[in-house]
Design a protein around this ligand. Sequence first.
Ligand code: E4P
Length: 221
Amino acid sequence: MRLFLDTASIDEIREINRWGVLSGVTTNPTLVSKEHEDPEAVWKEILTEVEGDVSLEVTDMSSADAMEEQGRMLAERGPNAVVKVPMTPDGLEAGKRLMKSGIRINVTLVFSPAQAILAAEIGAYIVSPFLGRIDDSASDGMHALRQICEIYEVQGYETNVLAASLRHPMHVVDAALAGAHIATMPYEVFTKLVKHPLTDIGLEKFSADWAALQHELKGGA
Ligand code: E4P
């Protein structure tokens, strides 16, 4: 399972990128707005920093034509750009046209297996079910993800399943078990993946024992 960061913050991206585990980034209009900068500059910096796929979302959702036009402009930002279109009739129409012309699309705001089937049928590169938001609406996001992965397997769909809206490390572990191809998560979740109390305790003990040995060799008591 490839690991993506769900952010538009270049500092967060640089920090996780140095670990050598970052395969891509997902952004959305909300995340970009949090940077309070020119979106063009934000997108450009991310596309340059990250080698893998970077999802950039259309913001003019007034018609299929408008999304297609903006999608084409976003795709020109870099060879690693993936265009995010929403799960709506217009989004599907624009997405299919973009895929046909060789532009990779990520169908976003997906909340059910039925919607995921539609994304696969237009040949989307990525489908993004939002697990955390499904949980927020008192349904089981992980169950929906498992169903989507199973349907894609049974049907032989080639669309990549990207588990999105992940809120904690167990979401990531369960998404991997379910067979998701990609998991995208906020910086806070990414940094929790590396942490374990026993790692910290072990480090403290190793450091203390090593320091005690140095002290002893120098003739200390
Ligand atoms: C994915 O591409 C979305 O940007 C994201 O996962 C949404 O997550 P949220 O529900 O935490 O906003």
